[in-house]
Design a protein around this ligand. Structure first.
Ligand SMILES: [Zn+2]
Length: 202
């Protein structure tokens, strides 16, 4: 059955959320519209407000409401240790371990040539600038344990192989194909503290 073009549009719009298929989007749309609850207006308003107010940190490229995010502004953080992640939600997962005191660089996803995502698209030139500007000593590759994430980590390790910087990768134990943002804190914490230099493996 069809609900009419306005509801259909809302259903399709909800499908931008990760993991939301047609059925879940339908359920969400109907629940948002039923009785036009106050909460739905609040959702619409706060989304619109957030889209207008939030931009990219000029340092690490995570989402922020000001020019630089609180992590980049924090003088206590170790600017020589740089953790590379695929997305702001991965950065948050690592921050929630309360174990890492360095700074970040947020890629725009991972290398995926079939989807037209090459080094420039995910931000490798900006990563090179950040490593140089901060005179980074260790780069921790915390890309996701997916085929694309592994390829991206390998690519970055190659780029810096002739530079005086230690490249480490999170230890195994993170299930292949998973996303850092979704795994439990203790597994992530374990993988983080057990990180290994990348070049030792080859
Ligand atoms: Zn930042």
């Amino acid at each position: 059955m069809s609900f009419g073009p306005v509801i259909e549009e809302l259903i399709q719009a909800l499908r931008v959320l990760p993991g939301v298929g047609q059925k879940s989007a339908q359920r969400m749309a109907l629940s948002l519209l039923e009785g036009k609850p106050q909460g739905s207006f609040r959702l619409a308003e706060s989304l619109s407000l957030a889209l207008g107010a939030i931009g990219e940190c000029k340092g690490c490229r995570t989402l922020t409401e000001s020019e630089f995010c609180p992590i980049c502004m924090d003088g206590q953080r170790d600017q020589k240790t740089l953790c590379v992640v695929e997305s702001p939600s991965d950065l948050i997962a690592i921050e929630q371990m309360h174990q890492f005191n360095g700074v970040y660089f947020v890629l725009k996803g991972s290398l995926s040539p079939l989807d037209g995502k090459g080094p420039a698209e995910i931000g490798i030139p900006a990563l090179l600038d950040r490593v140089r500007d901060l005179d980074v000593r260790e780069i921790i590759l915390a890309t996701n344990p997916t085929v694309e994430g592994e390829a991206t980590a390998h690519y970055i390790a190659e780029i810096f192989s002739h530079e005086k910087v230690l490249i480490t990768r999170l230890a195994h134990g993170i299930p292949m194909g998973s996303n850092l943002g979704y795994i439990d804190g203790s597994t992530l914490s374990h993988a983080f503290s057990g990180r290994k230099p990348v070049l030792d493996e080859s």
